[in-house]
Design a protein around this ligand. Structure first.
Ligand code: UDP
Length: 241
């Protein structure tokens, strides 16, 4: 560990889709393996890493309940939380298979599968060099794992929320639809809200804004970007005060 380490502790937010093949469904060993290798490389620099994994490759509550009228929306959100647990277990083994020590901590108690999230215990794991995988979001329906990432960044006193996406950062418009969309190097929370930019869900932005917790939005698909983001190199879009 070097003394000029930029971040002491980070929250890495991975969408469920980041674990999947290009179709965005299921779990791909290849994709998870590549992410795991990068996390290992970054971890070797001494940064404490907690990962929040989404569940969108399996199920998102709001979408699912929209298509299945017989399932209540709250139920569908709990199903989404379970999806994040599936992804977390997979990522745990991907990380451990290359020699990292990990703990999965679930916001919904599941004693046979994972530890229950307890703030002080999570901090202990991080300080002992374990990569902590935070499953089941915050354990409540009607929010997403973006909110969980912001929430955990605050309570675990992380230096930054690193939001991994498929595009290079935050654009003025959807870059996958509009070729003239402009990439921002940095933004304030106020600008994100005023321009209604799609960064993270509104609750997550509000939490980070209120507590001045910076967010870095970056493209995890580009070579070595996860390592760069964790090591504090300039990639993506920086959002702060
Ligand atoms: N979810 C929830 N509470 C949480 C976190 C997640 O209800 O604290 C549900 C919600 O329905 C969400 C789904 O789990 O859509 C999967 O998470 P998310 O959509 O954040 O996954 P991602 O888009 O990051 O893959």
């Amino acid at each position: 560990p070097s003394s000029d380490l930029r971040y002491r502790r980070v929250i890495l937010k991975l969408s469920g889709e980041s674990l999947a093949d290009s179709g965005g469904r299921g779990i791909s060993g290849e994709e998870s393996g590549e992410i795991a290798r990068q996390i290992k490389a970054a971890h070797q620099s001494g940064c404490q890493i907690a990962i929040v994994i989404g569940g969108g490759n399996i199920l998102r509550g709001a979408q699912f309940s929209g298509r299945n009228a017989m399932v209540q929306e709250a139920t569908a959100h709990y199903m989404g939380m379970l999806a994040t647990v599936i992804n977390s277990l997979s990522m745990q083994d991907a990380l451990e298979s290359i020699g990292l020590q990990t703990r999965v901590m679930s916001a919904v108690p599941m004693e046979k599968i994972a530890e229950t999230f307890i703030r002080r215990r999570a901090i202990q794991h991080l300080e002992k060099g374990r990569v902590v995988i935070l499953a089941a979001g915050i354990g409540n329906p009607f929010v997403t794992t973006d909110t969980a990432a912001a929430q955990r960044a605050l309570e675990l006193d992380a230096d930054v929320v690193l939001k991994a996406t498929r595009v290079d950062g935050v654009y003025s418009d959807d870059p996958e639809k509009n070729p003239h969309a402009v990439l921002y190097e940095s933004l304030t929370y106020g600008e994100v809200i005023a321009k209604n930019l799609k960064v993270m869900d509104a609750t997550a932005i509000a939490l980070c804004n209120e507590h001045a917790k910076p967010i870095l939005v970056f493209n995890f698909k580009k070579d070595g970007n996860i390592v760069k983001a964790i090591q504090g190199e300039t990639v993506g879009t920086w959002i702060g005060t």
